[in-house]
Structure formats: structure tokens, C-alpha cells
Design a protein around this ligand. Sequence first.
Ligand code: ADP
Ligand code: MG
Length: 401
Amino acid sequence: MLTVKEMTGLEGKRVIVRVDFNVPQKNGVISDDNRIVAALPTIKELIAKGARVVLMSHLGKIKHKEAPEVVEEQKQKNNMAPVAKRLGELLNKEVVFVDTTRGDKLSNAVNALKAGEVLLMQNTRYEKGEEKNDPELAAEWAKLGDAFVMDAFGSAHRAHASTYGIPEILKGEGKQVAMGYLVEKEVSSLTRVVDVKKENHPYIAILGGFKVSDKIKVIESLLKKCDKVIIGGAMAYTFAVALGKKVGSSPYEPDFVDYAKRMYESGKILLPIDAVVANDFENPTDIKTIEGDIPEGYQGMDIGPKTAKLYAEEIASAKTVFWNGPMGVFERDEFTAGTVAVCKACAELKDAFTVIGGGDSASAAKKLGFKEKFSHVSTGGGASLEMIENDGHLPGIDVLG
Ligand code: ADP
Ligand code: MG
């Protein structure tokens, strides 16, 4: 698969780059510009190659089935203009912003670009055909480019017009389609937890978070690849019920108890042996550590200290680790210890390859100060999980090959 670094002959050529500029913003103020910063290496490479850079991204959600005035409101809320301004500041260069997603205004602005200049189109989701990969829309957008670069890893699991339709058309026309730097790094890192060579075992997965039902495919896939799957978070209570234990008022999913039982029969799953429980989720007045059954009136909020020790010992033997899902309600200080323990165990590994996939797990590692200790922290929550589930395949990546 071609990379942006390897692309040639781009001088004066229009290159469409699908970036992930889906940044949090309120009233036009961007609260975290990480995603814009992450795309800079690819954009700078293309500027250096003399390309005319045409950037496209989605921003937020626009529900086209709502009433017209609601759609209009959502468009206002998810206007790309502040992103163009911030990108201009980061590049220290003018960024042409086009506040529309098709028509003469857009094509004229694209065609007026000179070598090394940068343009950002309005939010791709202003078009209702974007998420349906509407062929007519993809064809209109593809006309704006002589080449295509995919650098939106967080959207690579979606076959939309901007992530799939455009590269499919351009590739068919014999034009260069390539991975950007960010996508290249994601793919090479995640491939190492999808296809794990013998010498890189033991391979241990750490799974937590809220629901078993959200993670069914990834659990199954990891059970095939891993030597051990460590379970924490609220997900553990569905497994506990499957083993005939009592979980008090902990959240668990009755419809997935049988499934959990079957998964447990793999013999690879490790479950908590104690829990930090609380008498109320929002305003607990009684927090304690419990071994065995969780009594009525209490719910599990984190793995307990014995479990944390057991898990840390298990992790210590790993050569490869994939972590998805916090061990407890890490957002609150009383319930971070379990997540800290697994982070620490991963951080202490020498010569191991450690990967975090999943949005909340990545923010937990950042918040708790362990982000830099991991070999790779994926920028795409859903995409990283789907890449594992689908044995390394994602539509927005496969289309480039
Ligand atoms: P990721 O985004 O990394 O895939 P999830 O979205 O599956 O992770 O889960 C993260 C959420 O799970 C966090 O908000 C955390 O508070 C919650 N969580 C973890 N353990 C528990 C628990 N015991 N009870 C309730 N919520 C929990
Ligand atoms: Mg999440």
C-alpha cells in the first residue's frame, strides 16, 4: 500500500486528504485541537511536495431526517470554519475555507489553488449522501482531486463517500491513493496485535468498560488470538452472573449471560476475585471492598486490590498487550485504583508491545499519566476495535490497496 511519503509527481496536483478534524468545540471555540495537530505531518509533507491540498472531514453529527430547522441548527453547531482558522494558526499559513460542500464555489476555489496552498471544505456531513456513500456525491467530490490520501483513521471503519467512495473512484481512474502518516502508524501498530508471531506471546488482552454487548465481536476475536483475556469494568458482572454469583445492583446484561458462559468455557478468561462496591452510583455514602458475592443494595464500581494484584502479576509475563476498557469508573477518584494498576503493570513491561484501543481507555491512560508508557495509543476508538474484530481489515484502508 502506497504511503504519502512515497507519492511522486504531485507538483501542482490537487490532492484530496480525508482528515479527522472531528474536534470538540462549543460556540466556535475548540477545546482540544489534538486531532488537527495529528494531521499536520501529512499536510506538511504534501505542501513540501508542491501539492494543492484539499482537506475534507466530518464534524459532529447531522441528522438529515430531522425537521429542516433542526438540521440547520446542527449545521450551525458543526460548522468547520473555526477548524480552518485553528489549522491556519498551526500551519502558520493561510487556509482557504469554503463554506459549502459542492458546486461552482467549491470547484472554483479548488482550481484556483496554487502549488503548496491548502483548502478546507465545509463539514462532509452537511451532505446527506456522505454516510450512505452516495455514488453521485462521491463522483462529484472525486472530480476535485488528482490523487487521494487517507489520514482519518478514526473514520476508516466507515465506508462513506469521503472515506470510501472517493478513493474507489480515483483508484479506478489509475490515480495515486495512499495512506497518510497517521493512518500508516495506526495500521502498522494495530497489525502487531492482530497478527502476533509466536515469539511475541504471551499475548494478553485486558478488557473492561461498560457492556459485554458492545464488545461481543472483539471478545471472540481476542479469545482466538490471545493466551489470556483479563476482564474488568461493569462487563465483569455479566460474567459473574454467568458463573452463578450474586452481583447486588451492579449493572449487568441478562441477555448476554449465556454468551458470557460460553466465552468463559474457553478457559482463557480471568475474572475479578474482589470488587470495590458502593451503596449508590451517584452519591455513595458507603464504599467498601468485597470478596465473593456482592450484597443487595451495593454495586461494583472497580476491581478490588486482590484482583488488581492478580492481574498485574499476569500482565507481567506478557510480550504483547491489547487494552480496551477501564477496570472501573475511573472518572472518579475513589474508583481509579484498578485502572491505575493495569496501566502500571503495562508501563513496567520491558520489551513488550502494548496497545490501547478505545476512546475511554485512551482518555483514562492520559488522565492517569500513563499515556506515554504505551507503545501505541490508537486515535480511533471504534476503528481500532473493528480492526481487531475484522482481522486487520477496515473498509477505508482496504480500498487503498
Ligand atoms: P472504551 O471507550 O475504552 O471502549 P467503554 O466505552 O466500553 O470503553 O467503557 C468506558 C466506561 O465504562 C467508563 O465511562 C467507565 O466509567 C465505565 N465503567 C467501567 N467500570 C464500570 C462499573 N463497574 N460500573 C459502571 N461503569 C463502569
Ligand atoms: Mg467508550
